[in-house]
Design a binder for this molecule. Sequence first.
Ligand SMILES: *Cc1c(COP(=O)(O)O)cnc(C)c1O
Length: 480
Amino acid sequence: MDESARQALRALPAVEELLNHAAAASLLAAYPRTQVVEAVRAALEGARREILKDSTAGSALGDPGTLLAAAASLLADWQTPGLRPLLNLTGVVIHTNLGRSPLAEQAVDEVVKVARSYSNLEYDLGLGARGHRETHLEALLTRLTGAEAAFAVNNNAAAVLLLLMALAPGREVLVSRGQLVEIGGSFRLPDIMRAGGVRLVEVGTTNRTRIGDYESAITPDTAMILRVHTSNYRIMGFTEEADLGEMVELGRRRGVIVADDLGSGALNELDAYRGEPTVAASLRAGADVVCFSGDKLLGGPQAGILVGSKAVIGRLRKHPVARALRLDKMTLAALEATLRIYLDPERARREIPVLRSLSRTPADTAPLAAALLAAIDRRAPGGFITEVEETSARAGGGSMPLTEVPSHAVRIRFPEAPAASASATPTIVAFENALRHAPIPLIARVSQDSLHLDVLALDERDIEVVAESVAWAFGQVQSA
Ligand SMILES: *Cc1c(COP(=O)(O)O)cnc(C)c1O
């Protein structure tokens, strides 16, 4: 450390001195003293680090006004929720990093009600005695899917884990080599199998697995055939997978349970799903149990839903680990409300945000993009070039990985020299960064010289909010 750094460190005011400074009075009035002290200490620590990095910056960093401003900004930060809403203009409707499915209004209302109040979560109002938390849910799920029984846990990964632990402990589970999926980096089927204490038996080959491959792999120790939906990839070309009906026939004949992990799990045959396998179809084919996510195509809260025979669901419910994976009342409220909307499929398409988005056609997205463009031009006139363009968006969330959903975007460009390399221009990089830091952050798609605001997942009520974030970011880029 050189002498100027040593001097700058010594010149930093003491904590007490800053607390007694006139500028600290408003902080002490607004926040508890212990928090202000903590913020002041953190601000001083920050200044010390800066001085050690660059000793010439010393004297300015020691200014009490600057230090207290830093403390004030920390105090404000600590009050700001870390998890907060943002605008998804990526063109990926069910985006795991962005919280997957927004809830329907009705679901939000029900969550707020049970969160605020006591409820009959585990209380049977008819009997005046203890009840079960899934009673309400089970009735809806069986009605909607045709299953005998239903159960729900924290997410679909938990549903698969529970299936394995309850139905095949210490025994063999057959899975096609073409279906050994990894979902989002942390859900890898072979790892879940190990964690669940079952022995994975790989069947067939990556591209072709026939029913005979399953049959010859069955031993007295085989408890389950597990089919897994290849949610985020497709194997194409010279391929074959046994169909569920054949697996069920084999399972019945050899006394082996057939479970189907559908991943996204479209409930029924809505056109918005564009050929995704449905829960109802798997049950009709005779699967003993089917599991799927609550917050993918279903458009509800994070949950793992299990539907199937009374016998199998009963074994899941009784397993000790079920308690550890159970749903809380807010999720139950959201899930029940979401499912209730499905009783009327037309209403589901209108009110469940992900279904509404995926039901849109270019005839819907074109005027939406035009309205967004007009709102942006009104607020941030001049300085950049806006136009509406056709895009291909995606469902996301492990559904329809290869299906492009035709949509529209507002494309924003700056009049600047074309990029020297394949990466985005400095202005686009700065603009995208500013959008992420807007009071309501906006996530968009970036290309070399443009930003693309895809409207497929945009709620029309948010048009002005998007325009506001764009105008704010534009201001940041201009003043830089
Ligand atoms: C998404 C998915 C999972 C994991 O579901 P979560 O609800 O994210 O836990 C499991 N299996 C398949 C096939 C999936 O697509």
